[in-house]
Write a protein that binds this ligand. Structure first.
Ligand code: NAI
Length: 244
């Protein structure tokens, strides 16, 4: 087990995170499925099999992130990959009247959570002089989706954070990138109304939603040793919606 690459994927109990966890396991990684929904993380880890562990983690809690990272290193011996995937959509509403509590909740999970997890893994990665971090942002962070102010702002924050950290550790062996998916078919879409989903699909030249497995394929390379001269980057996976 010592020589296996080891990954933590947050928000891995379902959707994109689960597809990433499965893919990294197929790639030969030991993988921790970190999620607040520990029951589902447990059953998905069991179905993946040996080399997969559930991790009870709320990314909004910085101490819990440090404990979680220590638990994974204790179990598998080291940590090579962090995929910051946990996120929520918040509700679709105009800025006037947008709930202050919802704004704070979206920021706490989507943006603070990325910071907390990176902060927790970096001492270990920097000490070893190796590591790959992939942050799941969104096309909304590049373009801004109407009536999704908190979500769009939080994901723009993730893009800026990725660029900053990528440069900060560029000479220290740690590779940091983010991805910007357009609409991917997962349960998160249930948080939005049909109008918001239709708007997002209508902007995709391929005219369809993406699949979690398509996102996982991109993350697979970004978190592998083959990704060695690319950092601070923003990778489009939007069916042609963003060509920049
Ligand atoms: P999902 O709703 O299917 O899964 C999200 C997972 O995150 C859930 O298992 C949930 O329990 C977990 N989670 C929520 N709060 C958490 C917390 N505080 N700590 C730990 N885990 C927590 O969502 P989906 O669609 O798989 O999204 C994954 C990521 O991809 C999110 O960051 C989302 O913003 C991003 N994304 C999704 C798109 C889509 O169309 N589905 C498009 C662009 C980005």
């Amino acid at each position: 087990m010592q020589n296996k690459r080891v990954a933590i994927v947050t928000g891995a109990a379902r959707g994109i995170g689960l597809a990433i966890a499965r893919r990294l396991h197929d790639d030969g990684c030991a993988v921790a499925l970190a999620d607040v929904d520990i029951e589902r993380a447990r059953s998905e880890a069991a179905s993946i099999g040996e080399g997969a562990m559930p991790l009870d983690l709320d990314v909004t809690d910085p101490d819990a992130c440090e404990r979680g990272v220590a638990e994974v290193i204790g179990r598998f011996g080291s940590l090579d990959v962090l995929v910051n995937n946990a996120g929520i959509g918040g509700n679709a509403h105009s800025v006037d009247g947008y709930s202050v509590d919802m704004w704070r909740r979206v920021m706490a999970i989507n943006l603070d959570g990325v910071f907390h997890c990176c902060r927790a893994v970096l001492p270990h990665m920097l000490e070893r002089g190796t590591g790959w971090i992939v942050n799941v942002a969104s096309i909304a962070g590049k373009e801004g989706n109407p009536n999704m102010c908190a979500y769009s702002a939080s994901k723009a924050g993730v893009i800026g954070f990725t660029k900053s950290l990528g440069k900060e550790v560029a000479q220290k062996g740690v590779i940091v990138n983010c991805i910007t998916p357009a609409v991917i078919e997962t349960e998160i879409l249930m948080q939005l109304n049909q109008q918001a989903v239709d708007y997002m699909v209508s902007r995709i030249p391929m005219g369809r939603t993406g699949k979690p497995e398509e996102v996982a394929a991109m993350v697979s390379w970004l978190s592998s040793p083959e990704c060695s001269f690319t950092t601070g980057g923003v990778f489009d996976i939007s069916g042609g919606r963003a060509t920049y």
